[in-house]
Design a protein around this ligand. Structure first.
Ligand SMILES: [Zn+2]
Length: 160
């Protein structure tokens, strides 16, 4: 029985869902793709290919092929999966116990280049607003002081 199924996602058009309960630490699905040089990778990244992942110092993996089920995993700022590298393979691994029906997610680990082009809709309370590796969140510009207060902030009365 496969551990995952592809389904309609609230984050993006499609997503990857747990077909059964998945214990923490499980290698859920392998990330398949075309092994490409760093030069070719840079060329494809410039065209906003979002399926390229780091493979090793020499190569990246382009998982855009539809045969790569793992390509359907959506980004989340508070993910339940991570990406694990072995010498020859890349796996999506459960960071926590995942219940049947839950959507799987991982942090795509994008760098800060052109981050505005990749807004995030993961819905996590800690969402930083963009598809961005956690290590870059500190570089995001602070919200503009002239920005209107959120309903929550506006409703907070200082003299209660
Ligand atoms: Zn997010």
């Amino acid at each position: 029985m496969p551990l995952v199924r592809v389904g309609t996602s609230p984050i993006d058009r499609q997503g990857l869902f747990a077909a059964t309960d998945i214990p923490r630490g499980t290698r859920i699905v392998e990330y398949h793709g075309e092994k490409i040089s760093k030069d070719e990778s840079a060329r494809r990244l410039a065209q906003y290919n979002v399926y390229i992942v780091y493979f090793n110092e020499q190569y990246d993996l382009d998982g855009e092929t539809l045969a790569n089920t793992a390509r359907y995993i959506n980004h989340s700022c508070d993910p339940n999966c991570t990406v694990e590298h072995t010498a020859e393979t890349i796996w999506i691994v459960a960071l926590k116990h995942i219940q049947a029906g839950e959507e799987l997610s991982c942090n795509y680990g994008f760098d800060a280049r052109d981050y505005e082009k990749f807004p995030c809709r993961c819905g996590a309370p800690i969402c930083c607003g963009y598809i961005l590796g956690r290590e870059y969140w500190g570089f995001l510009p602070a919200p503009s002081p002239s920005a209107p207060l959120s309903a929550e902030e506006a409703g907070a009365s200082p003299d209660t």
